[in-house]
Design a protein around this ligand. Structure first.
Ligand SMILES: Nc1nc2c(ncn2[C@@H]2O[C@H](COP(=O)(O)OP(=O)(O)OP(=O)(O)O)[C@@H](O)[C@H]2O)c(=O)[nH]1
Ligand SMILES: [Mg+2]
Length: 232
């Protein structure tokens, strides 16, 4: 079997598991977001702030993919939400079967959530191809990484419904052209939303929280409308 065939087979198996996950998240009315970015761009920090802000209004849970350590899941637990680390055994991305297994092992602790926050393994390439049954992918790009990145790593910025530009508090110290980045993202994905935030100062974070709450409400409405349309 050629390398291309093996990859197609792996992705087909993943797609099938992701379909099962998506159906189960629809039944439970859980909004699922899949965060993808380079190491250190601020995924866990964004999720810690999200946990602290929304945990009194919404039932949140986290799954954190990494090659080693359970530090990120511990950080989310310290921020007050249930979270489980998934160690990928060296793989540079999470896959749908790992999500299934982690949810099954956590049982009640991660059941019936309003929002499941999935932090993928830090990199902009491999996680892009693996559907995890999420409602949408979120790409993060910190302002310290350079403003040429959307065109250099087009697949993730084309597929992410939302791009969050992080560490906005550092903008005065770096050459990072927000307009140039916004145009690259618009060229790759005209319907993408772009948010500019600093988890450190709180700038722009309300728009991120509102996006999560609005997306959850839209999902629940869509599920209710679909259920009402099914003949008894
Ligand atoms: N100045 C500033 N630093 C930030 C901000 N958000 C995160 N950081 C810092 O960036 C570093 C990396 O943040 P993490 O949240 O651990 O990054 P990550 O994307 O989860 O990293 P991996 O899990 O390794 O992929 C930490 O030192 C954070 O304190 C921010 O808004 N402003
Ligand atoms: Mg992290």
């Amino acid at each position: 079997m050629t390398e291309v065939n093996v990859r197609e087979k792996v992705l087909a198996a993943n797609a099938s598991a992701a379909r099962g996950l998506r159906a189960s998240f629809r039944d439970s009315g859980t909004l699922v977001v899949n965060l993808i970015s380079s190491p250190g761009s601020g995924k866990t920090t964004l999720l810690e702030a999200t946990a602290r802000e929304l945990r009194t209004r919404l039932r949140l849970g986290g799954l954190d993919g990494d090659i080693a350590t359970d530090r990120d899941a511990q950080r989310l637990r310290d921020a007050g939400i249930p979270a489980r680390q998934i160690l990928t055994g060296g793989a540079c991305h999470l896959d749908a079967r790992q999500i299934e297994a982690a949810l099954a092992e956590e049982g009640e602790r991660l059941a019936g959530l309003d929002v499941l926050l999935i932090e993928n393994v830090g990199n902009l390439i491999c996680p892009t191809s693996y559907d995890l049954g999420e409602d949408f992918k979120v790409a993060l790009l910190s302002v310290t990484e350079g403003d040429d990145k959307p065109f250099k790593y087009p697949a993730i910025f084309a597929r992410a419904a939302v791009t969050v530009l992080t560490k906005a508090d550092l903008l005065p110290h770096v050459d990072f052209d927000l307009d140039a980045v916004a145009s690259q993202i618009a060229a790759l994905n005209p319907s993408a939303r772009v948010l500019v935030v600093s988890a450190r100062t709180g700038e722009g974070m309300d728009a991120w929280y509102a996006l999560l709450e609005e997306s959850l409400a839209e999902k629940r409405t869509a599920v209710a409308v679909a259920a009402a349309a099914v003949p008894a």
